[in-house]
Design a protein. Structure first.
Length: 123
């Protein structure tokens, strides 16, 4: 499986065939500005449906209002949060309420990737 890695000032994006794994840096705050940078970089890579997987191995905050804009991204088929931390999963449950597409929370990357496969099989 071929991958492409892009390192931005606030995160690392690892692109695969139909999904991207984002690792946001420790202490960042993902607001509208950073969200637009993410969307621009991802849209340059994908011209087809994809799933965004955020691997939350670092502690950072997210403005849940970014999800309205993210929901408008045409090729974004789904959103997955991966974390082993209880607090992070609770925060993701709140974020999920702001997102208008499939959004799931997982403990492992493997589970998130399996869900992505199932999501594409259904559609």
């Amino acid at each position: 499986m071929e991958e492409t890695i892009i390192r931005l000032k606030f995160c690392t994006l690892t692109f695969f065939d139909n999904y991207v794994i984002a690792v946001i840096n420790e202490g960042e705050h993902v607001d509208h500005k950073l969200n637009e940078i993410l969307i621009e970089n991802i849209e340059l890579h994908f011209k087809k449906p994809y799933v965004y997987i955020t691997n939350r191995i670092n502690s950072y905050s997210v403005d849940p209002n970014i999800y309205h804009r993210a929901s408008e991204v045409q090729n974004l088929a789904g959103f997955a949060v991966v974390s082993k931390e209880y607090k992070t999963k609770i925060n993701a449950q709140i974020e999920k309420m702001f997102f208008g597409k499939p959004f799931e929370i997982f403990t492992t990357l493997e589970d998130a990737i399996e869900w992505k496969d199932q999501l594409f099989e259904k559609n």
